[in-house]
Design a protein around this ligand. Structure first.
Ligand SMILES: Nc1ncnc2c1ncn2[C@@H]1O[C@H](COP(=O)(O)OP(=O)(O)OP(=O)(O)O)[C@@H](O)[C@H]1O
Length: 460
């Protein structure tokens, strides 16, 4: 069944707090009847919390939730028209396959012949027709998960919620089950809301993908939208491999990056404006260097990936990832070319750090919970005056030794931009500090953060 443009789940302005922690931050999402929607994001982004909220295992701190036209924000799970399939199959080990699936129907005191008919139909749907009297412990992981799905669909829910249902299976089984899930979704006509951190799985299965990071929705779109037109560098980095580079939009249809002007199709970014540029590795043509080259470089590495080769090419200071069916050996001088249509331009969310600040005296200003020295302020306003400070990404200094910093924080997100890393560091003041650096840091590294006086621009 195709999805209809009739909403079945309406999430409005939902937030969820666990003490100080914001797990979901103003989520707005509408899922249509019959759709296959996947919630995708890295560990800790809030996707399970969102699914548990739809299921009713959690309640929203703010906002409202409607399922099938009914407000269910405070409704307990068993009174919602949904069923959940978890990563761990959660079958009853002492019951056989039939009794596991019939469990909910027995509770509803359904007459036996009807129950048998429904259980058999559910088993057929998951391709396990002859297994009803098998002990569940004798089944493989994939078969157990099929039984878990049969147990959920036998109740004929309007919405099936699936929380990483294939994560415990090996790769081959996972691929097979992905195809089967897609088939099941088609023939059942039930709305599926699926949670995964696996972008390939999301691209394969979904009608629409909801990309989340840090409790917020970053983008909602079809798999092709998300892949071809990521709205920001987080989505571009998370979905597939990308070259993400700093660029300057010279004017409509012309962008400069890696020291070269490129024709592109994007418009409306203004003139001489900094932008992020995304080029997928498969969209960079590589060939023995010739006049046709837009960029020239030297191959730094070449790895066979099963179908294609993945190469890194150093063009001046920029390292680009390129995929091609031909192998260009390390040390080869090559030319690169990219078509205008394959250059994706994204507005930069910010070009420097800005923080709310308070003036202390002529040479001191307070922000991020610390007192910083700054260059002497002209016409210094009174102590306590509110101001803003701006700090360039490349002026923030990160230190191995936490104690050496003026404040401390944790590296949360790392984006490679061809010639440097762009880091998001969550300061212990709970504010993000963005840093451009050539040093290599890892996700989760604890760091000291320092900002020199001449890097602080006070805006009054
Ligand atoms: N019961 C809870 N108490 C406190 N914090 C919680 C609770 N449940 C979730 N969180 C926090 O909320 C954030 C979102 O968690 P959630 O489990 O929804 O993320 P996720 O994207 O599903 O991650 P994963 O893929 O690792 O399961 C995390 O920082 C997590 O630590």
């Amino acid at each position: 069944m195709q999805s209809e443009n009739r909403p079945i789940i309406e999430i409005k302005n939902v937030s969820k707090f666990f003490g100080e922690k914001t797990a979901l931050d103003h989520i707005n999402l509408t899922v249509n009847k019959g759709e296959f929607v996947t919630i995708l994001g890295p560990s800790g982004c809030g996707k399970t919390t969102l699914l548990r909220l739809i299921a009713g295992f959690q309640t929203a701190s703010e906002g409202s939730l409607c399922i099938a036209g009914k407000e269910v924000t405070q409704t307990p799970p068993h009174k919602r028209p949904v069923n959940t399939v978890f990563q761990k199959y959660a079958l009853f080990p002492h019951l056989n396959v039939f009794d596991n699936i019939a469990f909910g129907l027995k509770l509803k005191k359904m007459p036996k012949p009807e129950m048998e008919r429904k259980v058999k139909a559910a088993l057929k749907m998951v391709g396990m027709t002859d297994y009803e009297y098998r002990d569940v412990n004798s089944l493989s992981g994939g078969q157990q998960q099929r039984v878990a799905i049969a147990r959920a669909i036998v109740n004929e829910p309007e919405v099936l919620l699936l929380d990483e249902p294939l994560a415990a299976l090996d790769l081959k089984m996972r691929k097979d089950m992905q195809m089967e899930l897609k088939e099941m979704h088609k023939s059942l006509g039930i709305t599926f809301v699926y949670v995964t951190h696996d972008q390939e799985e999301a691209l394969t299965l979904s009608d629409r993908i909801v990309v989340m990071s840090e409790g917020k929705i970053q983008q909602i779109g079809t798999p092709t939208d998300i892949y071809n037109e990521p709205v920001n560098s987080f989505v571009a980095d998370f979905i597939g491999e990308s070259n993400i580079l700093n660029g300057t939009m010279i004017r409509d249809g012309l962008v400069n990056f890696c020291g070269h002007d490129f024709e592109c199709v994007d418009k409306g970014f203004g003139e001489n404006k900094p932008v992020d540029v995304v080029v997928r590795p498969e969209d960079l043509y590589i060939f023995p260097v010739s006049d046709a080259a837009q960029l020239r470089g030297v191959v730094q590495s070449c790895i066979f990936k099963g179908v294609h080769y993945e190469m890194t090419v150093l063009c001046g200071n920029y390292e680009l990832v390129v995929q091609d069916y031909h192998c260009f050996p390390v040390g080869d001088e090559v030319g690169l070319l990219v078509k205008p249509f394959d250059i994706h331009i994204m507005k930069k969310e910010r070009t420097e750090n800005t923080f709310e600040a308070t003036i202390v005296d002529e040479t001191h200003v307070e922000f991020l919970g610390c007192r910083f020295e700054c260059l002497p302020l002209k016409n210094c306003p009174a102590e306590g005056t509110k101001a803003q400070v701006a700090v360039g990404f490349d002026r923030v200094v990160l230190l191995d030794n936490e104690e050496d910093g003026m404040l401390t924080g944790e590296v949360k997100f790392i984006l490679y931009k061809g010639d440097h890393y762009h880091l998001t560091v969550l300061s212990d003041w709970e504010e993000d500090v963005f840093v451009d650096t050539n040093d290599v840091w890892d996700d989760g590294d604890r760091v000291g953060i320092s900002i020199p006086a001449d890097a602080i621009r006070v805006i009054l």
